[in-house]
Design a protein around this ligand. Structure first.
Ligand SMILES: Nc1ncnc2c1ncn2[C@@H]1O[C@H](COP(=O)(O)OP(=O)(O)O)[C@@H](O)[C@H]1O
Ligand SMILES: [Mg+2]
Length: 265
């Protein structure tokens, strides 16, 4: 399957009663297979922008296109089945096993039991968990990091065209976080799923991104590769933000990016 492109054309959202737009005239193109990070402080509109893609938040102006088709032209349920969505409060169903959680979308799509079961085992392996040990477990018996892995497995179970991730690793400790970041890069590489990843963590952004979109007060401040943001920050805001990343760059980027990402495909 060819990876999806996601484009925003002058996208704006104003919540009722708000004095300014939560996102303001956002124009952005994400190519198929790209991992794009939305970076900025709390309240700058990252989650709102993400949620316009799967239509959890409606636009007040502009358009969002999935492979060139306005998402409002697509059936919302169908759209959400094609787009994986991972949030911090992972929302695993506690009355189901791990395997049943992962197979939610495949079951909705009518996959037969054997195909689903094989896919569940494949996904558990993909996110670094032993299928035999985990498939029949209750979500109540998982650590935060394990639950987050299951959340990722569930989101990608039916090979979505695109993946939306909203601060998915925010609640896990830094060691687990690093290993989840590593897994994510590998998974996105393997599946070539177009991914929009939200974080307020500069270091995380620099580790993961093909491109970073720096947001402030609902607007895009600058879009560029980590290298471009470091070399040519467009504004003082970006300069100060990536200055904090300078050290990150020295400490992690040059060494770890190679290690985390491997060589380009
Ligand atoms: N459901 C909502 N109703 C009203 N205002 C909201 C809602 N969700 C977010 N906002 C406001 O919109 C702005 C952007 O929020 P959000 O997209 O959640 O930012 P971020 O994800 O970057 O923290 C903030 O001012 C926030 O208070
Ligand atoms: Mg948010």
């Amino acid at each position: 399957m060819t990876p999806a492109s996601i484009s925003f054309e002058g996208a704006s959202v104003r919540y009722s009663g708000a004095s300014r737009n939560a996102i303001e005239n956002i124009t952005l193109e994400c190519e198929g297979g790209e991992l794009v990070v939305l970076l900025g402080p709390s309240g700058c509109g990252k989650s709102t922008l993400l949620r316009t893609v799967n239509r959890l938040v409606p636009l007040d102006a502009g358009r969002v296109l999935l492979d060139g088709t306005d998402v409002t032209q697509l059936d919302a349920v169908e759209l959400r089945r094609q787009i994986g969505y991972v949030i911090q409060a992972i929302g695993l169903f506690t009355h189901m096993t791990v395997a049943q959680n992962i197979a939610v979308v495949p079951r909705l799509l009518g996959w037969d039991g054997a195909t689903s079961a094989a896919r569940v085992d494949e996904l558990l392996q993909l996110v670094g968990l032993d299928p035999t040990a985990y498939r029949d477990r209750s979500p109540n018996r998982l650590s935060g990091g394990e639950a987050q892995r299951i959340g990722v497995a569930r989101a990608i179970a039916a090979k979505p065209r695109a993946l939306l991730m909203d601060e998915p690793f925010g609640a896990v400790d830094s060691l687990v976080r690093t290993s989840l970041q590593r897994e994510l890069i590998r998974i996105v590489r393997e599946l070539r799923t177009t991914t929009l990843f939200v974080t307020h963590d500069v270091e995380e952004a620099f580790r993961l991104a093909d491109r970073i979109v720096v947001m402030r007060l609902g607007r895009i401040e600058q879009t560029g590769t980590p290298e471009e943001l470091l070399a040519k920050p467009a504004t003082t805001y970006v300069r100060e933000l990536v200055h904090a990343a300078d050290e990150v760059y020295e400490r992690y980027y040059l060494a770890s990016r190679e290690r985390l990402r491997g060589s380009p495909p």
